[in-house]
Design a protein around this ligand. Sequence first.
Ligand code: GLN
Length: 269
Amino acid sequence: MCRHLAYLGRPRSIAELMLEPEFGLLRQSYAPRDMRGGGTVNADGFGVGWYPPGAESGPARYRHDQPLWTDSSFRALAAATESGAVLAAVRSATVGMPVVSTACAPFTDGHWLFSHNGMVTGWPHSIAELAGQLPVTDLVTLDAPTDSALLWALARDRLARGLSPERVLAGLVTEVAETARGSRLNLLLTDGVRIYATAWSHALSYRATAGSLVIASEPYDELPGWVPVPDGHLVVGGEGEAHSMPISGAAGPGPAHEHLDAIADSRGA
Ligand code: GLN
């Protein structure tokens, strides 16, 4: 299972966040500490999205389908690039899914960055009905034929239709877990100002310190302050603060798509 991380705070270099920490994403790409039975290494590519200071145009992104430790060009880029809002991931492709750069998180649209750590069991049949809610054009333009790219298309569609990020992630996890039992659904989303993340059958921790927040699959150092997120919880936060809540409560009543229909009706759509 992949490993991911999101950071908000004072501008830091991407190398400082991904490559330098003792147990950071670089180390997690070949020696993760808490994979919970879901694979061994994360060597099927990696990606990072960041918000260039002062840029109104949304995040920049770099993705590659090779192991993080082999990309020597990335080292220089990561050392020279600073941002106060970053989302990064290393990938372990689920069996049957392609190893291509476009399958690597983060997925993006507008000001959003998104990552999925886990797998949808019974893919693709188990999730075909949910996928059928999407416009055909979204389905034929997925970044890659993977569960994660489809989860992003579903989340993006719901965000665009006005649902809150909390409800989008909680609703999606609830619905996918219902139709594809046994799925692992750690989702991570940011707009560069807030971070939203779910823990569903996989490891997740956060650390909020004065002026910063990190949410990550695994703590990247052994300093104090890391808080493990209980399974089945959603964690939401900004610089210096975060709180978690049960996904069952955050999903709200009924499937999210019923709520979306209600929004569409009230807009006269
Ligand atoms: N199932 C997704 C993929 O193959 C995510 C992989 C993971 O978390 N290991 O891309």
